[in-house]
Design a protein around this ligand. Structure first.
Ligand code: PAF
Length: 294
């Protein structure tokens, strides 16, 4: 029997991945936190067409990770390193480990610190909503891309089976996603507004400054992203997801930590190293940090 795909992080995206894999006849196991239980749970995926797909998922502790054809890390950015590192001794150097969180930083750190592993990074724009224990609703069909950070092997079969495309310049795609997140997420969290509100004229000066500053930081890293392109991308996504509450706003409203360190924090850290002024990103970073639950 084929090895399962292990999913670390049982949030909406992790559950969506498990459901999509099960629909393709590929077993997904969800790896919980240390101290969780090994058990089989009933899951339900409500498809884009509104059909309910029922399947069973083995939930396992990190210690019980079985030999797996791939490891998908679907945690938040700030949990990725802590979640992935203890599993590394249990997977072979060939096993693709796919990091799917927002922002940048953990991907580079993990690939640098554990060069013997087969690191991949990916990004997807699907919408998914948790609807209670084990139930997830697929709310928007997105694009799914993954690329190798190290070994340049073929796209893992399980990812291809659920619609991922291989991107040999995944870093640039991750920078584009970072740009979208750096423009939309902090402002929606600070102003407690849906994404679409940022298309109002009063936000344009701030979005323009964020784009200019980010373009300079990107250029310092050899990443070709023009300020105009960043602004246009941010506005396009804000419009396309106008009704959405960003993940950062949802985190703030739920009293959870946010991904601000892997988004604005990443931009500010690179800017500091390169001696570039990024006052608008720094302001976002400071203000979102200040929202952190005490
Ligand atoms: O983090 C998010 O919320 C999403 O990445 C995006 C694209 C900003 C849409 O809400």
């Amino acid at each position: 029997m084929a090895e399962p795909v292990a999913i670390v992080g049982g949030g909406a995206i992790g559950q969506l991945m498990a459901g999509l894999l099960a629909q393709q006849g590929i077993e997904a196991v969800i790896i919980g936190r240390p101290g969780s239980h090994n058990e089989v749970r009933a899951h339900q995926l409500t498809t884009l067409e509104g059909e309910r797909f029922h399947h069973k998922v083995r939930h396992l502790t990190p210690d019980a990770l079985p030999p797996s054809q791939a490891l998908l890390v679907t945690t938040k950015a700030y949990q990725a390193q802590e979640a992935a590192t203890p599993l590394l001794s249990k997977v072979t150097g060939d096993t693709p480990i796919v990091l799917l969180h927002n922002g940048l930083g953990p991907q580079q750190t993990l690939a640098r610190d554990f060069p013997e592993h087969n690191w991949w990074a990916g990004t997807l724009t699907d919408g998914a909503l948790r609807q209670g224990q084990g139930a997830v609703k697929h709310t928007g069909l997105g694009q799914r891309f993954a690329g190798s950070l190290r070994h340049r092997g073929p796209l893992p079969e399980a990812l291809a089976a659920i619609g991922f495309e291989r991107d040999d310049n995944i870093e640039l795609r991750l920078w584009h996603k970072l740009a979208v997140n750096a423009l939309i997420n902090p402002l929606t969290a600070l102003h407690r507004c849906p994404n679409g509100e940022l298309t109002q004229a009063r936000y344009l000066p701030t979005l323009t400054r964020l784009s200019d500053e980010l373009a300079r930081v990107a250029a310092s890293q050899g990443v070709p992203m023009e300020a105009q392109e960043i602004l246009a991308l941010g506005l396009k996504v804000a419009e396309a997801t106008a009704q959405n509450r960003s993940s950062m706003l949802s985190d703030v409203e739920a009293g959870r930590p946010t991904e601000i360190e892997a988004i604005s924090g990443f931009v500010v850290a690179l800017a500091d190293d390169a001696g570039i002024e990024v006052p608008t990103h720094r302001d976002n970073l400071d203000r979102v940090r200040a929202l952190r639950p005490s």
